[in-house]
Design a protein around this ligand. Structure first.
Ligand SMILES: *[C@@H]1O[C@H](CO)[C@@H](O)[C@H](O)[C@H]1NC(C)=O
Ligand SMILES: *[C@@H]1O[C@H](CO)[C@@H](O)[C@H](O)[C@H]1NC(C)=O
Ligand SMILES: *[C@@H]1O[C@H](CO)[C@@H](O)[C@H](O)[C@H]1NC(C)=O
Length: 242
């Protein structure tokens, strides 16, 4: 699954009404945001397509039902859906489907909103999640592409510029993603056996983006997963290139 790069992971649960989510492309180029709902966790979905084109400085707002249990929003770069629509239509972040992504599966839920900027599946654009009720603001404000360690760097655009920085898991640095300290799988599949010290280049990501979610068990850093009391009914704005 080649998606979820620099994704905002969000879950909003409470009893009444809906929230407004805004996705703002503050990058000086077009991106193609995409949205995923975890249908294992609940069947309610936001009132918006699962993928759209966002010209630079364009923002869209849509309504998200409070019973939207879990989902993610991320950006795709350098897309061309005219031929072979699917995961390879974009230089990074592509999904099955095309402009609009197929719905897919993953986990989440409680009386808190949970949200984070996730680099677990790699990085492709700086991002920040703001809210209107004074809760914490996770961000990855730095372009991690240019200084990315070379085994993780890329993909590259036609000018040779790195438009991403893979996670050590995604890059399969240790050769077996089913039994990997980078992926927290196999014999490393618990928080106790999958420490930050075992994740290659953890500090590159965490030092530059200290309040982002960098690897599968990054809760231990105390600044990865963010919560906001659901009774505050926060509206959220996800900005790419903040
Ligand atoms: C979600 O909540 C809306 C009302 O806000 C309701 O109409 C809808 O049936 C709910 N969906 C699910 C899956 O619970
Ligand atoms: C990868 O790890 C899995 C789980 O431990 C193991 O079953 C498999 O044989 C390993 N594959 C290779 C190529 O080492
Ligand atoms: C959320 O806020 C309500 C109202 O102030 C409070 O009763 C509740 O305990 C809070 N929940 C959490 C998980 O902090």
């Amino acid at each position: 699954m080649k998606a979820f790069l620099t994704s905002a992971t969000l879950s909003a649960v409470s009893l009444v009404s809906a929230r407004t989510f805004t996705v703002y492309n503050h990058c000086p180029f077009t991106i193609w945001p995409a949205m995923f709902t975890d249908l294992n966790a609940g069947s309610a979905v936001p009132d918006y397509p699962t993928g759209w084109e966002a010209a630079s400085y364009m923002s869209v707002s849509f309504s998200v039902p409070d019973n939207w249990t879990a989902g993610r929003i991320w950006a795709r770069r350098d897309c061309d859906f005219s031929s072979n629509p699917g995961p390879n239509s974009c230089l990074d972040g592509g999904c099955n489907g095309g402009l609009e992504c197929d719905l897919r599966l993953g986990p989440g839920g409680s009386d808190l909103d949970w949200y984070d900027i996730s680099l677990v599946d790699g990085y492709n654009l700086p991002a920040r999640i703001d809210n209107n009720v004074g809760c914490g603001i996770p961000s990855c404000p730095v372009d991690l592409g240019p200084n990315c360690p070379s085994p993780l760097k890329g993909p590259f655009d036609s000018s040779g510029f790195p438009v991403g920085c893979k996670s050590a898991c995604d890059a399969n640095l240790d050769g077996n993603q089913s039994n990997s300290p980078n992926c927290c799988t196999g014999q490393y599949n618990t928080a106790a056996t999958c420490k930050p010290s075992g994740v290659a280049d953890y500090s590159y990501f965490k030092d530059n983006c200290p309040n982002s979610y960098v690897y599968a068990y990054d809760e231990s850093s105390g600044a990865a997963l963010w919560t906001c009391n659901a009774t505050l009914n926060a509206d959220y704005t996800l900005t790419f290139c903040p």
